[in-house]
Design a binder for this molecule. Structure first.
Ligand code: SAH
Ligand code: SF4
Length: 370
């Protein structure tokens, strides 16, 4: 059985080389080939001794998940459907904007938390993704973007960006319930010998797993987005059932503690707007009172419908009124634009089509800050 080197962060890779009797700097050398050059063939790694290359070819591999399908939207958004075995597929979505390129990554196949409005939740939990399957989404996206990017800047590509400058863990699954693998993948995103992204440009989105938020703060503080969706426990218990275990008071306490070590001085609250459920002016006012002492920004997300849901997206007028209440209280608020509609990048229909059942597997991030 070959060892997939994408499963190792820097520390684990150094340990692997030490066990082989190799020097620790080999790990850094190899990481640069894998992540900076996107190389998966050991024999192409010319500054590594031939004997070691041969040894690696025999006992190791560099294997990102297989891409089952790639879709390209008119607006430049790309979606990859990745095979993670035993009939499971997850998605990664790339969203180019003028000043940045954001990759939205999945951390689990399915999700155990069953939020009322989420089709990933509707399919239940299949399994945690391994480190290689998480970081492999970046590896693959980087590879494809590098291959397709115009060679000359004068070629007038419409979408501005071919580089991954930001990563958001907002795809399928709850990252903090796959903690160890998520943190190893985060470390590779941040490592100067791998992707070298700044902590401010890597965002974990969580439905509010309080003890894991505290662990993340200690072990690998990156930017944090928290899926709020309701201004009080009664409604949040119904929409986000994990609230019954970690109610709002505890969640907001964890947000404040997180900010002590966070790379940004605010939490991003995500709030999916559901027609007639959580989108009234009174609820917006209640929300303002709720988050009064947590430095935060809001990201309002128009609900993305899927076949078996009874929820509807809020009316544009309701979305505007809701936003105005938050902005009136001096809370920076953005309303997420939908991207990649023509390739269903915002709602996982592609994975649904392949597996012949409808699953929302992906929510595109798009409007995060910076
Ligand atoms: N499990 C994590 C991250 C993945 S979900 C979390 O819940 O935060 C990413 C975002 O998409 C969350 O804010 C989630 O609430 C939102 N989302 C889920 N289903 C949606 C839908 N049908 N329409 C719009 N946003 C949705
Ligand atoms: Fe899981 Fe997030 Fe969907 Fe809730 S919204 S079911 S936590 S993926």
């Amino acid at each position: 059985m070959q060892q997939n080197l994408l499963d190792f962060d820097a520390q684990a890779l150094t340990g692997y080389f030490t066990e082989m009797g190799e020097k620790p700097f080999r790990a850094r050398q190899l990481m640069r080939w894998i992540y900076k050059e996107g190389e998966s063939n050991f024999s192409a790694m010319t500054d590594i001794a031939a004997a070691l290359r041969d040894k690696l070819t025999q006992c190791a591999c560099i294997a990102a998940p297989n891409v089952m399908r790639e879709e390209l939207s008119d607006d430049g958004t790309r979606k990859w459907l990745l095979d993670v075995g035993t009939g499971n597929a997850v998605e990664a979505v790339y969203i180019p904007e003028e000043t940045r390129g954001t990759l939205c990554v999945s951390t689990q196949a399915g999700c155990a938390l069953d939020c009322a409005f989420c089709s990933t939740g509707k399919q239940g939990f299949n399994r945690n993704l391994g480190v290689a399957e998480i970081i492999g989404q970046l590896w693959w996206a980087n590879h494809q973007l590098g291959k397709d990017a115009p060679t000359s800047t004068s070629s007038g590509q419409a979408q501005g960006n071919w580089k991954i400058s930001n990563v958001v863990l907002m795809g399928m699954g709850e990252p903090l319930l796959n903690f160890d693998n998520t943190v190893s993948a985060l470390r590779l995103m941040l490592d100067d010998h791998a992707y070298g992204l700044s902590r401010r440009r890597v965002t974990v989105s969580t439905s509010g797993i309080v003890p894991a938020m505290d662990r993340l703060r200690e072990e690998c503080p990156v930017a944090l987005a928290v899926s709020l969706h309701a201004p009080n426990d009664k409604l949040r218990d119904a929409l986000v059932p994990i609230n019954q275990k970690y109610p709002l008071k505890e969640l907001l306490g964890a947000c404040k503690r997180y900010l002590e070590k966070a790379p940004r001085d605010f939490i991003t609250f995500e709030y999916v707007l559901l027609d007639g459920v959580n989108d009234s002016v009174q609820q917006a006012q209640e929300l303002v009172r709720l988050v009064r002492d947590v430095p935060c920004k809001f990201n309002l997300i128009p609900f993305n419908p899927f076949p078996q849901t009874h929820f509807r997206c809020s009316k544009p007028e309701a979305i505007r009124r809701f936003r105005d209440v938050l902005m009136g209280a001096d809370i920076v608020t953005t309303t997420r634009r939908t991207r990649g509609n023509d390739i269903a990048a915002a709602c996982g229909q592609l994975a649904g089509l392949v597996q012949d059942k409808t699953k929302r597997t992906m929510q595109c991030p798009v409007v995060l800050h910076g």
